[in-house]
Design a protein around this ligand. Structure first.
Ligand code: FE
Length: 335
């Protein structure tokens, strides 16, 4: 048993040559195209070498299995539910520095310092330019109105992005009203939930539906892709709000692992990621909204217009995750 544990630890340390000075090790759910420019800029500025293990799933399980011997110093991921899964499993440690708390607004970080948001993305409505007057799209609550019957497309209700939106509805309206809302949205669907956010915009372009729920940055991504430009150009980006105010946003973020062998370097990296320099890289590479004050979104993103973000702390949204999944099943949203 002991031998096996040793062998496992050895294997992992070979995969990620850690534990020396001048190194920081990251487990990332975010993609190499986005992270590489950030790590290169950090190494250039500090001389600290960055190793990244890009994971598609199983981050919590891997950190748990590695325990104190984990080479990982920090984790990068999108979505508050994925960040809080790492925190809830007891795999992080709190950190608080003036740079972090100055650069990251309070609603986008854990009050205890276990995670920090790095970028935001709004979950908005893509609406057909031909068939929807932008003024028709008002609130999230309105998406349950029968006027949209047979006109809405979305991905699975159990996808993290939609679970967070439903959780936000619970936060604003309570669970009972949220369930009615979700049933109403389901009644308005043009087709069973399927595909990713971009597939919904394609469906609008193809005339299958008139509005879709999706994340903002996909508009930028579609405009970059010759095949998808037409889809993007067939829709307007519209920012619904909750009846009591604010557009739903989620984050990408970072957390320091409990066992971080290179803690000081990791904190330097965390601070770097919230700095104007790194925030600009994020803003231009992935069309997300930077969070550090004084940094601006990409011109394409600014072209979609401004909005007021919901001020709910994302911890509150994460806390409704189980309830959101439950009502999604109860209304058989994907069925
Ligand atoms: Fe995404």
């Amino acid at each position: 048993m002991y031998r096996l544990t040793c062998a496992t630890a050895l294997m992992l340390s070979t995969a990620l040559p850690a534990m020396a000075e001048g190194v920081v090790n990251i487990y990332s759910y975010r993609q190499p195209e986005l992270i590489a420019p950030l790590t290169e800029a950090f190494t250039e500025e500090t001389g600290i070498e960055v190793n990244v293990a890009y994971l598609e799933k199983g981050m919590v399980e891997r950190l748990q299995a590695e325990g104190d011997r984990s080479p990982a110093d920090m984790v990068l991921t999108v979505d508050i539910s994925r960040l809080s899964a790492v925190v809830d499993a007891g795999l992080t440690q709190p950190v608080e520095t003036e740079t972090l708390t100055t650069n990251v607004p309070a609603q986008y970080r854990d009050p205890d310092g276990n995670w920090y948001g790095l970028t935001t993305r709004a979950r908005i409505v893509y609406a057909s330019k031909d068939r929807v007057d932008p003024a028709e799209v008002t609130t999230y609550e309105d998406l349950a109105d029968p006027k949209w019957e047979g006109r809405i497309c979305t991905r699975s209700g159990t996808h993290a992005y939609n679970v967070a939106l439903t959780s936000a509805v619970i936060e604003h309206q309570g669970e009972e009203a949220a369930k009615e809302w979700l049933q109403g949205v389901k009644n308005n669907l043009a087709r069973k939930p399927q595909g990713n956010d971009r597939a919904q915009v394609k469906a609008i372009w193809a005339g299958e539906c008139d509005i879709a729920i999706g994340n903002t940055y996909y508009m930028g991504k579609m405009l970059e892709d010759p095949e998808q430009t037409e889809w993007a150009n067939s829709v307007n980006v519209l920012f619904p709000e909750f009846e009591d105010g604010g557009t739903h946003v989620n984050i990408s973020g970072v957390a320091l692992t409990k066992s971080a062998p290179n803690k000081e370097n990791a904190i330097k990296m965390m601070e770097f990621l919230t700095s104007p320099k790194a925030q600009e890289i994020y803003a231009h590479a992935n069309y997300e909204y930077p969070i550090a004050e004084g940094t601006e979104a990409d011109d394409i993103v600014k072209g979609w217009g401004t909005f007021t973000a919901d001020e709910t702390n994302l911890m509150a949204i994460a806390a409704h995750r189980a309830a959101a999944l439950k009502i999604t099943e109860e209304v058989d949203f994907d069925g």
